[in-house]
Write a protein that binds this ligand. Structure first.
Ligand code: NAI
Ligand code: MG
Length: 352
């Protein structure tokens, strides 16, 4: 009997809607080959919906997703809608309600892609940023007082819990043990004197349970410099919500194009669906032209297959990505080519 997976598709805004159909084409090819099927339910939740109906998703939106096996999201964001609306009205409720506390962002410099960083040789850079995704600096605790006066002030609290840091540390150490056995923890315990020393203590505590992993910690500012100067030295990098967000965009840029970078928001216990989405946004500057690079979405779909228990199918996708970048002239404009999204996808499917 073929396994069927129920997938929620949320294309979102802008190029989100242009990169999900290619991902779906690729998924369907692999389903045939590896003996599973996928059934899709599409949702129009987006900033466009917000402008029309006053909310990014309906009041029972999360309940509609709850019984799905995974969520594949394009991107949200629309000129005229403040970015905190799209984030707090859709992405953050999904990530937090479904306890997707791991945000996984792999970075590779592929053969055939020019990194803007001289030392980033193809094949040598292969790392994963493990970002804490449910607490930390992105909290709604705080407020503003005396607005519009000379005494105006804003306070924003960061929230770090023993449970939250412990589970992200354990996830990152286990991942490092399955990879090259090296972990770097991003910190700032010299300047941030309560939460970051707590983070450091808990990382060290969890390290004891993973003797096979060599680990160190780096201050975030120095770490940012090392991402540029010597990206090949990193294997797994674990970071708080804010630090992980910044580091992973930096790392995606080192890899050559934000159009390639994928991400997974994981609920490792599988009590809830996990969500897979390219790192890039809705790219209003190129939306509607059919020229977006679909690789970020396609690689995200590969991460989804891995999570759903099809690692061989996922590897077929990453192999095809490596091969189209190394051997083919067909590429989208962000990588210096002239191919449209559809032409590029057709070529990738041939290679598959
Ligand atoms: P962006 O990632 O949308 O675009 C940055 C630059 O990269 C643009 O020049 C764009 O054309 C290019 N680019 C991005 N993805 C590409 C692709 N697949 N192929 C070719 N070129 C690509 O970031 P930006 O411009 O800062 O944000 C635009 C909107 O997207 C904003 O509303 C923002 O809030 C939202 N956004 C949403 C995210 C999400 O849904 N998770 C993540 C990041 C931004
Ligand atoms: Mg970001």
């Amino acid at each position: 009997m073929t396994t069927n997976h129920r997938i929620a598709l949320i294309p979102g805004d802008g190029i989100g809607a242009e990169v999900l159909p290619p991902a779906r084409q690729v998924l369907d090819v692999l389903g045939h080959r590896h003996g599973f099927s996928l059934s899709y339910t599409s949702y129009d939740w987006s900033c466009e919906r917000y402008l029309r109906e006053g909310a990014m998703m309906p009041a029972d939106g999360l309940d509609q997703l709850r019984d799905k096996d995974a969520i594949l999201l394009g991107a949200v964001g629309y000129p005229g809608v403040p970015d905190h609306v799209s984030l707090w009205g859709l992405l953050i409720p999904i990530r937090r309600s479904f306890r997707q506390y791991v945000n996984l962002r792999p970075i590779r410099v592929f053969e055939g892609v020019d990194s803007p960083v001289r030392g980033a040789r193809p094949g040598a850079v292969d790392m994963v940023v493990v970002r804490e995704n449910a607490e930390g600096e992105y909290s709604a605790i705080g407020g503003r007082l005396n607005q519009g006066t000379a005494e105006e002030l804003a306070v924003q609290e960061a929230v770090f819990t023993r449970a939250g840091v412990t589970r992200i540390a354990d996830y990152a150490f286990s991942l490092a043990a399955r990879r090259r056995g090296r972990l770097t923890s991003a910190t700032k315990s010299n300047g941030i004197i309560h939460t970051m020393p707590f983070w450091d203590e808990l990382i060290a505590e969890r390290a004891a349970g993973h003797p096979g992993v060599t680990w160190d910690q780096e201050l975030i500012d120095a770490l940012a410099a090392k991402f540029v100067l010597d990206p090949a030295r990193f294997d797994v990098v674990v970071a708080s919500n804010l630090f992980g967000d910044i580091l992973s965009d930096l790392a995606a840029a080192v890899a050559g194009s934000i159009g390639i970078a994928p991400s997974a928001n994981l609920n490792p216990e599988r009590d809830f669906p996990s969500m897979f989405e390219p790192v890039h946004g809705s790219a209003p500057d190129i939306a509607g032209k059919g020229i977006a690079n679909p690789l970020g979405a396609i690689w995200s779909a590969a991460m989804m297959l891995d999570h759903l228990g099809h690692p061989a199918a996922a590897k077929d996708i990453t192999d095809a990505i490596a091969s189209i970048l190394a051997k083919s002239d067909t590429r989208t404009r962000d990588l210096g080519g002239t191919a449209t999204t559809a032409e590029f996808t057709d070529r990738l499917i041939e290679l598959l």
